[in-house]
Design a protein. Sequence first.
Length: 312
Amino acid sequence: MDIDVAPLCKCGCGQRVRKNADGKDWNTYLQGHWNRSPERREAMSERLLQHYEEHPEDAVRDPDVCSRSSREYWNDPKNKLTESQRMKKRWEDPQERELQKRKMLTFYEEHPEVAEVDRARARKYYEDHPEEKKAFGERMREFWSDPERREVKKKEMLRYYEEHPEKREEERQRGLKHWNDLERLEVEKQRMEGAWKDSVYVEKTLDGLGHSPNKLELYFDELTPDYVRFVGDGSWWRTLPNGKHKNPDFKVKGQKKVIEIHGDHWHEGEDVTVLMEMFHRIGYECLIIWEKDLREDPDQVVTLVTKFCGGN
């Protein structure tokens, strides 16, 4: 005798379904579970994306024009708490976070106009709500103050750029475009000049720079004599002819000479003669040491530094 065993719910919850209304066939889902299935969520997502493509104004509509039923639902504190707990549990899953992050990045890559609108909307929101902007800044400072979290994010960023090398170049070009805007540069210059006149800002900035040298600087410090001392912790500053304040990596004791350690990635394509000329105009000699040279031929670097210091 065959036993008619109830099949599992297609949403993947692991529970068995019930018979339908006429009692002849099994339902596909448990009541309320139909929208949990991956296929259903994917189909709904595709339809939503298609709708936004055909009606871009809906993608950026103001919450005040949402449907009355939606507003009534979210105005209920019990519903808010339930949804908050559900989303918190969902985002505790690392795989779910990574999946949603990739979906978001893919969506913004395919719809840059929506990304720009979202950024503009966020900027306007924080302009209109300075207290929220301040609270967000405090949350971010707390978030990035965790060394382990910074390391995780750094690895994620490096992995992303390895998978999408074209994005690294896009970011670089965006940065060049940003800083080649003369009007923007003038505004930034005036802002920073004003900031450096604020003793509280200067104190906080110097405290933030009070860190140990990085691995490359530590390696260089171990190779060189004691009279070449590390000052890249914000302990020694000079104002250059272009109005910028500069804190070099190393200073030769008793001499008007400084040494900068340049990482190959961060200073790629940089014209170092500009910096050397800036220091020269205020009476200092500047030696640039490149990461590649330091790693490949440290003995030659030591010889170069000794010669630069005059065999002191």
